[in-house]
Design a protein around this ligand. Sequence first.
Ligand code: NAD
Length: 241
Amino acid sequence: MSKTAVITGGTRGIGLETVRLFAENGYHVVFYGSRKETVDKALAQLDGLEVEGKWTDLTDEEAIRRDFRQIAETRGSLDVLINNAGISDRQPFLDYDLERFDRIMRLNVTAPYVCSQAAAVIMKDQGHGVILNTSSMVGTYGQPAGVAYPVSKWAVNGMTKSLARELGPFNIRVNAVAPGVTATDMVRALPEEMVERISQGIPLRRVGEPSDIAHAFLFLASDEAGYITGAILPVDGATQV
Ligand code: NAD
């Protein structure tokens, strides 16, 4: 049977491209979105590929454990988990409130924690597994507003490095990809001049494409990356801010 990858935040942007690339490369992919409507919309764009969509709350421990167990039982294994769902933020710190902080931390940090634990139980039993996280260049540089977002990505980096050490003895590798500015809907909605100005500040003179990030995930999931764990791979054209 083909390998199975679970990908969160798979309905658009980086996640959707990653779902597509993994499915095109022989994985059976189960992806998650926040709502049935967005999952259905993504499924329509993935027509003909071996994919399934779910919209379980990623922070519901019991439901996620049940889902992952069922996936592993049906498929024979759960080989790869990609914690990709995430929200960013731009709110100035002096206008920040705890509700906003908690909401961002819950999706960007608590969800990867819940999903990684649910996957790791299965991966330990089967004797192998790969967990990949979506970090960000803000996990290196911080950003001048929207404090919860860089805080959350720093936490993702910490989780990546710590779980790599703790789960390595069970043959579970844990890595992260840290995208720079990537042309998802949010960036595509910006005026062309602004994207051009951003691009001029990047040594490779362009923003990243979702497929740049998806290929990094595909490599890190592969056996060729078998001795790589605890790494946070920048995919940002050497952006420095
Ligand atoms: P996007 O907004 O296009 O997609 C986000 C995905 O997360 C969607 O599939 C959505 O369904 C899911 N999601 C959002 N809220 C959710 C919720 N409450 N519950 C479950 N799922 C939810 O974003 P993107 O730009 O593709 O970003 C994907 C990841 O890449 C994020 O972790 C983001 O922080 C990271 N990232 C993006 C960029 C960029 O420039 N686009 C740069 C660095 C890092």
